[in-house]
Design a protein around this ligand. Structure first.
Ligand code: DQA
Length: 153
Protein backbone atom coordinates (compact mmCIF):
# COMPACT_ATOMS: atom_id res chain seq x y z
CA UNK A 1 0.00 0.00 0.00
CA UNK A 2 1.44 3.41 -1.01
CA UNK A 3 2.29 5.41 2.12
CA UNK A 4 2.45 9.12 1.28
CA UNK A 5 3.22 12.17 3.42
CA UNK A 6 2.01 15.63 2.37
CA UNK A 7 3.87 18.60 3.88
CA UNK A 8 2.49 22.13 3.74
CA UNK A 9 4.90 24.98 4.48
CA UNK A 10 4.49 28.41 6.06
CA UNK A 11 1.33 30.49 5.70
CA UNK A 12 -0.55 27.66 4.00
CA UNK A 13 -2.63 27.34 7.18
CA UNK A 14 -4.20 30.63 6.00
CA UNK A 15 -5.45 29.26 2.68
CA UNK A 16 -8.99 30.36 1.97
CA UNK A 17 -8.39 33.90 3.22
CA UNK A 18 -4.76 34.43 2.15
CA UNK A 19 -4.57 36.26 -1.20
CA UNK A 20 -7.42 34.21 -2.72
CA UNK A 21 -6.81 35.84 -6.12
CA UNK A 22 -3.38 34.12 -6.13
CA UNK A 23 -3.93 30.95 -4.09
CA UNK A 24 -7.64 30.27 -4.60
CA UNK A 25 -10.52 29.95 -2.15
CA UNK A 26 -9.88 26.38 -0.98
CA UNK A 27 -8.90 25.95 2.65
CA UNK A 28 -6.11 23.67 3.82
CA UNK A 29 -8.72 21.49 5.53
CA UNK A 30 -10.57 20.98 2.24
CA UNK A 31 -7.31 20.11 0.43
CA UNK A 32 -6.43 17.59 3.13
CA UNK A 33 -9.92 16.12 2.99
CA UNK A 34 -9.72 15.66 -0.80
CA UNK A 35 -6.32 13.98 -0.40
CA UNK A 36 -7.76 11.61 2.21
CA UNK A 37 -10.64 10.74 -0.16
CA UNK A 38 -8.22 10.10 -3.03
CA UNK A 39 -6.12 7.90 -0.79
CA UNK A 40 -9.15 5.85 0.23
CA UNK A 41 -10.29 5.45 -3.39
CA UNK A 42 -6.81 4.28 -4.40
CA UNK A 43 -6.07 2.01 -1.45
CA UNK A 44 -3.24 4.30 -0.34
CA UNK A 45 -2.31 5.86 3.01
CA UNK A 46 -1.84 9.61 3.44
CA UNK A 47 -0.69 11.76 6.34
CA UNK A 48 -0.66 15.54 6.22
CA UNK A 49 1.49 18.03 8.14
CA UNK A 50 1.66 21.83 8.18
CA UNK A 51 4.23 24.03 9.86
CA UNK A 52 5.31 27.64 9.75
CA UNK A 53 8.77 26.68 11.05
CA UNK A 54 11.65 25.56 8.86
CA UNK A 55 13.24 23.34 11.54
CA UNK A 56 9.96 21.51 12.17
CA UNK A 57 9.69 20.73 8.47
CA UNK A 58 13.29 19.44 8.49
CA UNK A 59 12.45 17.21 11.49
CA UNK A 60 9.29 15.97 9.79
CA UNK A 61 11.30 14.91 6.70
CA UNK A 62 13.94 13.23 8.91
CA UNK A 63 11.25 11.33 10.86
CA UNK A 64 9.53 10.25 7.63
CA UNK A 65 12.70 8.32 6.88
CA UNK A 66 12.16 6.32 10.07
CA UNK A 67 8.39 5.86 9.57
CA UNK A 68 8.23 3.90 6.36
CA UNK A 69 6.98 6.86 4.29
CA UNK A 70 7.52 5.93 0.63
CA UNK A 71 6.89 9.30 -0.95
CA UNK A 72 6.51 12.95 0.03
CA UNK A 73 4.47 15.69 -1.62
CA UNK A 74 5.68 19.07 -0.39
CA UNK A 75 4.56 22.63 -0.89
CA UNK A 76 7.54 24.32 0.76
CA UNK A 77 5.85 27.72 0.25
CA UNK A 78 8.34 30.58 0.87
CA UNK A 79 11.04 28.06 1.96
CA UNK A 80 11.13 26.90 -1.67
CA UNK A 81 13.17 29.98 -2.43
CA UNK A 82 15.41 30.04 0.66
CA UNK A 83 15.89 26.71 2.39
CA UNK A 84 19.19 24.86 2.11
CA UNK A 85 18.12 22.99 5.29
CA UNK A 86 15.06 21.43 3.64
CA UNK A 87 17.15 20.57 0.58
CA UNK A 88 19.70 18.85 2.83
CA UNK A 89 16.95 16.89 4.62
CA UNK A 90 15.83 15.43 1.28
CA UNK A 91 19.44 14.66 0.33
CA UNK A 92 19.93 12.93 3.68
CA UNK A 93 16.77 10.80 3.67
CA UNK A 94 16.59 10.18 -0.09
CA UNK A 95 12.80 9.95 0.07
CA UNK A 96 11.42 10.68 -3.40
CA UNK A 97 9.20 13.76 -3.56
CA UNK A 98 7.11 16.04 -5.74
CA UNK A 99 7.29 19.82 -5.23
CA UNK A 100 3.89 21.48 -5.59
CA UNK A 101 2.70 25.06 -5.75
CA UNK A 102 -0.82 26.39 -5.93
CA UNK A 103 0.27 29.37 -8.04
CA UNK A 104 2.45 29.28 -11.15
CA UNK A 105 5.73 30.36 -9.56
CA UNK A 106 7.24 30.97 -13.02
CA UNK A 107 4.63 33.64 -13.80
CA UNK A 108 5.27 35.74 -10.68
CA UNK A 109 8.17 37.70 -9.18
CA UNK A 110 11.67 36.72 -10.33
CA UNK A 111 12.70 35.47 -6.86
CA UNK A 112 9.89 32.89 -6.91
CA UNK A 113 11.33 31.22 -10.01
CA UNK A 114 14.29 29.98 -7.94
CA UNK A 115 13.81 26.73 -6.03
CA UNK A 116 16.29 24.95 -3.75
CA UNK A 117 14.38 21.69 -4.28
CA UNK A 118 13.28 21.33 -7.91
CA UNK A 119 16.42 19.63 -9.19
CA UNK A 120 16.10 16.94 -6.48
CA UNK A 121 12.36 16.38 -7.04
CA UNK A 122 10.84 13.58 -9.10
CA UNK A 123 8.75 16.40 -10.59
CA UNK A 124 7.22 19.81 -9.99
CA UNK A 125 3.53 20.74 -10.34
CA UNK A 126 2.79 24.46 -10.20
CA UNK A 127 -0.19 26.63 -11.03
CA UNK A 128 -3.31 24.48 -10.66
CA UNK A 129 -4.53 25.63 -7.25
CA UNK A 130 -5.87 22.78 -5.13
CA UNK A 131 -5.54 20.48 -8.16
CA UNK A 132 -1.73 20.82 -7.97
CA UNK A 133 -1.93 18.61 -4.86
CA UNK A 134 -4.40 16.18 -6.41
CA UNK A 135 -2.34 15.80 -9.60
CA UNK A 136 0.76 15.27 -7.47
CA UNK A 137 -1.06 12.65 -5.42
CA UNK A 138 -2.02 10.76 -8.58
CA UNK A 139 1.59 10.89 -9.79
CA UNK A 140 2.84 9.77 -6.37
CA UNK A 141 0.58 6.69 -6.39
CA UNK A 142 1.80 5.77 -9.89
CA UNK A 143 5.42 6.22 -8.75
CA UNK A 144 4.90 4.07 -5.61
CA UNK A 145 3.15 1.31 -7.57
CA UNK A 146 5.91 1.28 -10.20
CA UNK A 147 8.58 1.09 -7.49
CA UNK A 148 6.89 -1.83 -5.69
CA UNK A 149 6.41 -3.67 -9.04
CA UNK A 150 10.13 -3.26 -9.74
CA UNK A 151 10.94 -4.67 -6.30
CA UNK A 152 8.88 -7.82 -6.91
CA UNK A 153 10.31 -8.40 -10.42
C1 DQA B 1 3.56 28.90 -3.05
C2 DQA B 1 4.41 29.89 -3.85
C3 DQA B 1 5.48 30.52 -2.97
O1 DQA B 1 6.26 31.44 -3.73
C4 DQA B 1 4.84 31.28 -1.82
O2 DQA B 1 5.85 31.80 -0.95
C5 DQA B 1 3.86 30.45 -1.08
C6 DQA B 1 2.99 29.53 -1.80
C7 DQA B 1 2.38 28.35 -3.87
O3 DQA B 1 1.79 27.36 -3.44
O4 DQA B 1 2.02 28.92 -4.91
O5 DQA B 1 3.71 30.61 0.14
O6 DQA B 1 4.39 27.81 -2.69
Amino acid sequence: MANILVIHGPNLNLLGTREPEVYGADTLASINQSLAQMAEQNGARVQTYQSNKEGDIVSCIQQAGEKDIQFIIINPAAYTHTSVAIRDAFLATRIPFIEVHLSNIYAREEFRTQSYLSDLAVGVISGFGKNSYLLAFEAAIIHCNQSSNQETE
